[in-house]
Design a binder for this molecule. Sequence first.
Ligand SMILES: [Ca+2]
Ligand SMILES: [Ca+2]
Length: 320
Amino acid sequence: MVVEGIEFTCEDLEMITAVWKYNGRVCHPSESSRTYLKYVGEKLDRLNEYFPGVTYANNDRLIQKFQLASDNKKIVKLCSPGVLSVIDSMGRTTGEVGGQTKEEIPGSIYDPDSEAAMVLFSNEALRYRVVGTSGGAYELSVESTENGTSTLFQANDIPTAPGAVHEYQVDWNALSAGQQGVVLKVDAEGDGSFEQTIVTGPMLERPQISVNGLVSISSTRPAYDRRTGQFSVNVTITNKSSTVIGSPVWLVIDSVSSLWVMPVNTSGTTADGKPYFDLSGLLGDGKLDPAESVSLRVNFGNPSRLSFTFKSSVRGVVSP
Ligand SMILES: [Ca+2]
Ligand SMILES: [Ca+2]
């Protein structure tokens, strides 16, 4: 690939990414570790200061290559519990998938020890995927540097569960213009379908998020209530994890099998357009503790008395 008139061979990219990987990553990257590649380039430039009498001829323009790489890269870093992967528009993956390390995206590297990935010279909309490995909360940082200017997205206290899939996509232009440039899609139980979409700016902290992987939800069969003319269902939610789920805790009706059947007396509509019931008031202390259960009756308007099923999920936050 050619960047600003300088041709990068595969060997160049491998060497630059290997140098980056060699430099230990940390959870909260300092300025010096973020600009490490540039620093290496500058050191090459001033090699005789470190090794008197030795200069670097720079015939292969390595100094410029390090600087260009430093100025045009994406670095993504996860602090567990989860595994990280980056996916490009062609479906190529760099990161950890099924216990294996992949580095399919050109100019990319993944460091399993620090759960960090770097992609050089990428202008496309990458997806950053975090798959939960246990209950708890994780931190994720994604930094894009284009022509030397960096934009950071940071996610803190994000609840996850074994198998939960969280997929982030970042519009860096929107984000650097102060807009809500980040879309997070959540598949909380890892069943292959996303049930929540969160739109956010450069910082996402302790969001209310689908925690289906941490709870079990059981419901009775819809029963016709002659008195109200509605169908009612008793829903019981149990925290099956060791994670405390904090308020606001909502039961969200993700979908109903019939268009003509709708939940009634809901607490409102979620930001992504779904009816929900607020359970916070049913939890004495405002928290759904491990092994704690909460029940509520959900009524559905169903004038034609159709048989129906529905899908639901629970949203909550990591308890402070
Ligand atoms: Ca799902
Ligand atoms: Ca409680």
